[in-house]
Ligand binder design. Structure first.
Ligand SMILES: [Zn+2]
Length: 290
């Protein structure tokens, strides 16, 4: 089961007991699966964002940590690969399906990093999850396990605090939710995301990748730069169509009903708000309608 429960979880206190119990049961039934990517880099699939896992003699480095009730399962999955300490963890962005385990890992002694905006926007959005304790403005580098891991800010895309994590020796990039292979991109406008910024972030990803680079999305499966290029090109088509709809005087609702994404919907429509064509067009409209 791979669903973005972020908005549901955030308001879990307001849920009727039955639904809260159903969610707890969902966590119980989640199975962690470790997918090797390249060298000592893998990712763990469970419920929520893909967790990057990098191991070696200096210890374990993680990217994101899904939901708090899953920490024991995540730790068990890490232990199938390494018995070293989980020393460092980077949050790719603020969302609860990527930061929910922060408090648990922090208590175990893991140092948690994220962009400045992850911490500040989690406060603005009144999230209950613990924000990263160490933040940075543009980029930072970890020199561990025999290679340099470069973490750097993307243009505001999914949120205003997105980073890419580049394993420069293993030639792997974890993109957080800027890129996903499960649906249309989700632009969280309320948390500083941007449709046009998402296109710029894909341009940046293409620029720093080569033909061999393994690209691990926030949700979905390992991809390559050709996949990202095709996704970026789709976004350019959608951008131009929404711009033309705006020039033609269409309202947002008219643009959403005009079939602007028709040939892509079968592959990418999520069928719910996050990852839907309607939400994507809304974000594009918001960026270009001024
Ligand atoms: Zn997200």
């Amino acid at each position: 089961m791979r669903i973005d429960l972020q908005s549901i979880i955030r308001s879990a206190a307001l849920l009727p007991l039955t639904l809260g119990a159903a969610l707890a049961q969902d966590f119980d039934s989640v199975e962690m699966k470790v997918h090797p990517v390249s060298g000592n880099v893998s990712y763990i699939e469970g419920m929520g964002g893909n967790i990057g896992l990098f191991t070696g003699e200096d210890g374990v480095f993680l990217i994101d940590d899904q939901y708090a009730p899953l920490t024991d399962k995540i730790t068990a999955a890490v232990r199938t690969v390494s018995d070293g300490p989980v020393r460092f963890l980077v949050n790719t962005h603020m969302h609860p399906d990527h930061t929910g385990g922060n408090e648990n890992f922090g208590k175990m002694g893991t140092m948690i990093f994220g962009h400045d905006n992850v911490r500040s926007q989690m406060a603005v959005a009144d999230y209950k999850e613990e924000p990263p304790l160490v933040t940075f403005s543009d980029d930072m580098s970890f020199h561990i396990n025999g290679e340099t891991v470069h973490v750097f800010k993307t243009p505001s895309a999914h949120t205003n605090g997105d980073v890419y994590v580049h394993f420069t020796g293993s030639n792997v990039i974890h993109t957080g939710d800027v890129y996903r292979t499960t649906s249309y991109p989700y632009v969280d406008v309320a948390n500083g995301g941007s449709f046009l910024g998402t296109i710029k972030a894909y341009d940046l990803l293409i620029e720093v990748s080569d033909a061999e680079t393994k690209i691990v999305p926030g949700h979905g499966v390992t991809s390559n730069v050709a996949d990202v290029r095709a996704f970026r090109d789709m976004m350019l088509v959608i951008r131009d169509r929404v711009a033309s709809a705006i020039r033609d005087g269409m309202s947002l609702e008219q643009a959403q009903g005009a079939g602007l994404t028709a040939e892509y919907d079968e592959r990418w429509e999520s069928g719910r708000r996050i990852g839907s064509a309607a939400a994507l067009i809304e974000a594009a409209y918001a960026d270009m309608a001024d």
